[in-house]
Design a protein around this ligand. Sequence first.
Ligand SMILES: *Cc1c(COP(=O)(O)O)cnc(C)c1O
Length: 457
Amino acid sequence: MKTENIPYKIYLNEDEMPKAWYNLRADMKNKPAPLLNPATHKPMTAEELAPVFCDDLVAQELDDKTAYFPIPEEIFNFYKMFRPSPLVRAYCLEEKLKTPAKIYYKFEGNNTSGSHKLNSAIAQAYYAKKQGLKGVTTETGAGQWGTALSMACSYFGLDCKVYMVKVSYEQKPFRREVMRTYGANVTPSPSETTNIGKKILAEHPGTTGSLGCAISEAVEVATTTPGYRYVLGSVLNQVLLHQSIIGLETEAALKKYNIKPDIIIGCAGGGSNLGGLIAPFMRDKIKGLADYRIIAVEPASCPSLTRGTYAYDFCDTGMVCPLAKMYTLGSGYIPAPNHAGGLRYHGMSSTLSQLYDDKLMEAVSVPQTEVFAAAEQFARVEGILPAPESSHAIKVAIDEAIKCRETGEEKTIVFGLTGTGYFDMVAYEKFHDGKMDDYIPSDEELQKSFATLPKID
Ligand SMILES: *Cc1c(COP(=O)(O)O)cnc(C)c1O
């Protein structure tokens, strides 16, 4: 086996960890479009956002000028418990694929939440505590974000109310119990505890819920309960900012061994891990200092970048949140019930949407059976059981490595391995039993969904 002089795992020392987050928007020539007030269609002001988000997070959300935000010491100390995360050279996968490509993955699954989401959860909880709040509310789908936030809230002694999509609440009891272990209050959504939940239940009795609906409930509770604010685990600029720690560490680890990537790949749900991973690389690409192929990978059953439309849309089903300009499938879009691999949000971070529209980034969509096949192939040689979400990136990394085998090119591929899949075994079971299929929405279905987009002039 080729091993070169690069270790299997490149770790940074604590003193080599990034001390500031990087805000890519500061260096973008075309800035992402601002959030709009859903009633007036005017850009949201800090005053309008203040009842929803913590003050410091509002400032981060609206700031497209400041490039670096120092990481507060309390957050940095928490990071040190599970960071830096390793950048792993996939020697075994390369050998298995017989590819001349060099493959690296940044592994974010080494913490109890099992994913990169803790990077932003701890930051958001910190700012809530700093403001003297009592607690925060949020939504969670399969539960990764809710778990990360519960951990962060228990660390800072904050109350945490989680609205969990009902189908997951019922079918995924393990993550729910992890959240309760960390002291969170978990409610299946839609619920009778909010006006919007009651309305949705009246209109769609028996609904199993959606992320967009859980967001509406969590926002309603935050804005009507004194001492509470709402927090979100993806999509927002502030979340991409916190997740830049992934890319900055990757950049530092690569520099240590003088490695220059050719292709950078990440899975994209709301866009936070990808936005974080690519941040410093995209900075250099925008400044003309380097050139990389950057690839977003999404599920064929929820293809917001590859088949969505670039327009202002609601971030939630209840249409109470600000409007964001993004690649979207329409806020009412719900992926087919057999879709097992996460990444089911109808839209995409406005930053990534703008970069994609500017052709600085590519996107591909992949069917879920191919994603699970790639996951299994990876698990069997690299020893890590990947999350289905992360496996979207694995699938395309393998495809690119196979292309290198065919052309003989020794490309360097870096991808984000966002988390572990221990709580996704029902999905793996479906795959193993041949009960998983690849439902892909028709153009007609998507057109119907686009018709519900708000009209903005
Ligand atoms: C939530 C999650 C994702 C997708 O979210 P992004 O905001 O697009 O990064 C990907 N992988 C894992 C393991 C997750 O938990």
